[in-house]
Design a protein around this ligand. Structure first.
Ligand code: ADP
Ligand code: MG
Length: 615
């Protein structure tokens, strides 16, 4: 028998005893008492026990205490039907409430249903089903149509469509071919694919996301903390008031004691702060769940709350507002041919994961023989240095050439230029160009509409390129030719310019801007898919690369906070109204418990709305 069924049985038994008690009437007080009190123990024994346990642990004032005192008090003043009936009502309410809470928990768990159950791993010639935890890097796994991809990997064979919607909110399936990267948590839709595992389960995307969502609940928003504190002071105050109501009028004016004790007890029943205590965290949980459904991972209620006050949004350029896939426009070699220049640059860049490096490697076209590289170093904001075939190769911007005292060609056309030097002699440049992301202009417009005061771009790229992008997008401010440290300085300056309540949001791709991400009020990383650094450094991760998710995240956060506020105002409002009615004797204990259960249910249902995020 489940806990729910047991509870239901107890409630039914108590209900029958309640009816029996009413029917046998008032002839014998003792029989009447025994019937009602037996019912009370069946229905509410656990509540009284919990109250006693909590008192022993030093936590006196909770809802169990309030209900126990109120109902036992009713028995003492001879109101047996009230004593049992109120407890009965309360338990029915609790049951409904736990069903509602369970239901919204489940739907969050359901959308987080990305945990794979098994992996078909190749052992010898056959494939065997094992726990994803047991699979190692380099193992081969087969993923059949309809199965979840259990670990991150690279496709070796097969050709299929994968559904990434659980991770990104993107409903259009993505095609994968041999060589494509696939992420755990996606669903393989049609063909059979064989995948070489590149990350252990614990490091795979699916585990990272699950951890993130599970931990999100522990980072509490200010509002949540306020509620906890509020409940701590509120309950004792209510108990003192109830005592005063019960004894002051009879002592002072000689009013009927039992009448006023009844009012005091009613006051206690009404004062349970269940609605607040349950619905506020649930709303935040819903908001976080709803956002992750849209490919936006928020690491805690506090960030959701901060997003609603966003005033300044600062963007990194490459990979954030632009695609970060540079195409080679022109090569201008000195003393070698263009292909050789590109090859040297690609080799030098081999160990970097900067978007520029990725693009040069792609443009080079051939698989690189890493044995030819003996030494490699990344110089953030400048470029790279490496030893290729025994020659010292430098690849990077004009600043790098200046730093190394290498005379370079200054007449290169406007664009992102990668200068190359071999053994300290200039070897020419490669001109590459990036494109603005399709949804970037609309994202900037939506941000303005959402009330963002200032949009800013920080970039390490040249003045000409940076200003062109900023102009095309209609950004308010742009700072160019910044080193990573310079980005932090500019961010500090922007932080000091904003209003006290306003928040600064920084959006970056997580590659070499982790310090800036960490310094902002809310750090948002783009393209969480695949990039570990981003998932770790940021407060919010956008799984798709789309800037338009930022206004969307702000919208979701505003909606969640407004649901939270509605719940606070509504439940406190009703509470205070009924409390006053009880104090003047216009509300019975029945009305009190009905109001409490009703308000809690409505608040919980309202909280569940936070989960539904419209397109
Ligand atoms: P952004 O602010 O646009 O993201 P970064 O701070 O990452 O740019 O880099 C700034 C500039 O430094 C780039 O525009 C490029 O000129 C140079 N640079 C950085 N990393 C590399 C690299 N791996 N290869 C070549 N140039 C690089
Ligand atoms: Mg960058």
């Amino acid at each position: 028998m489940t806990r729910l069924q047991k509870k239901l049985l107890r409630i039914m038994l108590g209900g029958i005893l309640f009816l029996v008690g009413i029917i046998i009437g008032a002839d014998n007080q003792w029989i009447k008492f025994s019937v009602f009190f037996t019912g009370f123990i069946v229905v509410g024994g656990d509540i009284v026990l919990k109250a006693v346990k909590n008192i022993l642990r030093g936590q006196v004032f909770d809802e169990n205490f309030l209900m126990s005192v109120a109902t036992i008090g009713a028995f003492i003043i001879g109101e047996y039907p009230e004593g049992l009936g109120v407890m009965l009502f309360y338990q029915v309410g609790e049951m409904f409430q736990s069903c509602a809470v369970n239901k919204s928990r489940k739907s969050i768990a359901g959308l987080m249903d990305i945990r794979p159950d098994f992996a078909n791993v190749k052992r010898g010639d056959a494939f065997v089903k094992v726990d994803p935890d047991e699979v190692q890097i380099g193992d081969m796994i087969a993923v059949k149509a309809g199965e979840k991809i259990p670990l991150d990997g690279k496709v070796l064979e097969g050709n299929s469509m994968v559904d990434t919607s659980a991770l990104t909110g993107e409903s259009v399936p993505r095609q994968v071919l041999p060589g494509s990267d696939v992420l755990s948590g996606c669903i393989n839709m049609n063909g059979l694919i064989t995948v070489e595992v590149i990350k252990e389960y614990g490091e795979s995307t699916v585990s990272k996301i699950l951890d993130l969502v599970e931990n999100a609940a522990t980072k509490k928003a200010k509002t949540e903390n306020f509620i906890t504190k509020f409940a701590r002071y509120y309950t004792p105050v209510v108990v003192v008031l109830a005592v005063l109501i019960s004894i002051v009028p009879p002592l002072a004016a000689g009013a009927a004691l039992s009448e006023w004790v009844y009012r005091g007890l009613t006051f206690l029943v009404i004062s349970c702060p269940c609605a607040l205590v349950i619905s506020i965290p649930l709303s935040f949980f819903g908001g976080i769940g709803g956002a992750s459904r849209r490919g936006i991972l928020v690491k805690g209620g506090n960030y959701l709350e901060a997003l609603t006050c966003a005033e300044t949004v600062v963007f990194d350029k490459t990979g954030t507002l632009t695609k970060g896939t540079f195409n080679v426009q022109e090569t201008c070699p000195v003393g070698m041919d263009g292909k050789k220049l590109l090859e040297l640059a690609a080799y030098a860049e081999n160990f970097s994961n900067h978007p520029i490096s990725m693009s040069l490697k792609r443009a080079c076209g051939e698989a690189l023989d890493t044995a030819r590289i003996t030494d490699a170093e990344e110089l953030p904001g400048h470029g790279v240095r490496a030893v290729v075939d025994g020659k010292a190769v430098l690849a990077g911007n004009a600043r790098l050439m200046e730093k190394m005292n290498i005379p370079y060609y200054k007449g290169a056309p406007v664009g992102t230029v990668v200068h190359v030097a071999v053994n300290d002699a200039y070897a020419g440049y490669i001109l590459i160009a990036d494109e603005i992301k399709e949804d970037a202009p609309s994202a900037i417009r939506a941000l303005k509409e959402a009330g963002i005061r200032k949009t800013v771009m920080l970039t390490g790229d040249s003045k000409a390129v940076g200003e062109k992008v900023a102009n095309d997008l209609g950004l308010d401010l742009v700072y160019t030719e910044l080193l990573p440290g310079g980005k932090v300085e500019k961010l500090e300056a922007l932080l000091s310019q904003k209003s006290e309540k306003g928040k600064l949001v920084f959006v970056g791709d997580g590659i070499n801007d982790a310090p800036v991400l960490a310094r902002a009020d809310v750090g948002i990383a783009m393209g969480g898919l695949g990039s570990d650094a981003a998932i770790e450094a940021a407060d919010v991760v956008i799984m798709t690369d789309e800037p338009s998710k930022i206004p969307e995240a702000i919208k979701i956060s505003k909606r969640t906070i407004s649901i939270v506020k509605q719940n606070i105002v509504f439940s406190l409002g009703v509470k205070f109204a009924v409390l006053i009615l009880a104090a003047v004797g216009a509300a019975s204990m029945w009305a009190g418990v009905l109001a409490d259960v009703g308000v809690t249910l409505i608040a919980v249902l309202n909280a569940a709305r936070a989960l539904n995020v419209k397109q």
